[in-house]
Write a new protein. Structure first.
Length: 262
């Protein structure tokens, strides 16, 4: 692990972002897209970036496993001591719609804990980096997560919310990773999902947000465990540590009444 050149990991992720940008134009629909399953969009760019990242990252750590949204079926090395957990384009819906809320997400997991993460959001001109041990930054600027204490009025990334919910709506990128990064940079206070999701969506953002001081767990407030062969996680909660207890209580009540989404 000590031998991995993390600056090179960042550079590879940035190269992946540049590769994706070849197929992205602001407010223009991307060509060559299809549904790999109902509601799950994929594009040629997803596959091209995935191939590039795998080729380059495996050179840095040949013994590391690989778990990616686009090539997870082979479960190559899932469960290995070191595993790359990758989403070549997180927020594909924004990518194919010509919106900016997408990123290349690369995490390195040791055992079942993410220890390094980088999010490259080229359309937003942002590079987010987190490393276990207290390092978290965006474009070289240190991150300090939301410390909000009052739940009512807290900032939630959303397209809209009913007025009776008494939250403050802030812009919502399609990428869940970028929404978590917003908490890390004190642009949002709570990000939560009760959908059964995938660890490649959140692994890199988990490191970035947690090292900035945010609380990051599954939707029910339990520890997230990475590097499983199935790649599944019961939602995510990323929030100000001062709102964690209140958020877990509210989300737990919602899940009890409505169940988790798939």
């Amino acid at each position: 692990m000590a031998d991995i050149d993390f600056d090179r990991v960042i550079a590879i992720a940035e190269e992946g972002g540049a590769l994706a940008m070849r197929d992205w134009k602001l407010d223009k629909l991307a060509a060559k897209t299809w549904e790999k399953s109902p509601g799950q969009i994929v594009s040629d760019a997803d596959l091209a970036v995935d191939r590039f990242l795998r080729s380059e990252l495996e050179k840095l750590a040949p013994s590391a496993g690989w778990l990616s949204e686009e090539t997870h079926i082979d479960q190559s090395g899932a469960g290995a001591e070191l595993t790359w957990v990758v989403d070549p384009i997180d927020g594909t819906k924004d990518f194919v719609a010509g919106k900016t809320g997408w990123c290349v997400s690369v995490a390195l997991v040791h055992g079942d804990d993410p220890i390094f993460g980088v999010l490259v959001a080229p359309a937003m001109q942002e590079v987010w980096v987190g490393k276990a041990g207290g390092h978290s930054e965006v474009n070289g600027r240190a991150l300090h997560a939301s410390q909000r204490r009052q739940y009512e009025g807290c900032r939630i990334p959303a397209e809209s919310l009913p007025p009776e919910m008494k939250f403050t709506v802030v812009p919502k990128p399609n990428s869940i990773a970028l929404r978590m990064a917003m908490v890390a940079d004190d642009r949002a206070d709570v990000v939560a999902s009760t959908r059964w999701g995938h660890e490649w969506d959140i692994a890199a953002a988990h490191v970035i947000a947690a090292e900035a001081g945010a609380s990051v767990t599954n939707a029910l407030g339990q520890n997230l465990v990475y590097n499983g062969t199935h790649g599944k996680a019961l939602g995510v909660l990323c929030c100000s540590p001062n709102l964690f207890g209140d958020a877990v209580e509210r989300i737990g009540k919602y899940v009890t009444e409505n169940g988790a989404s798939h």
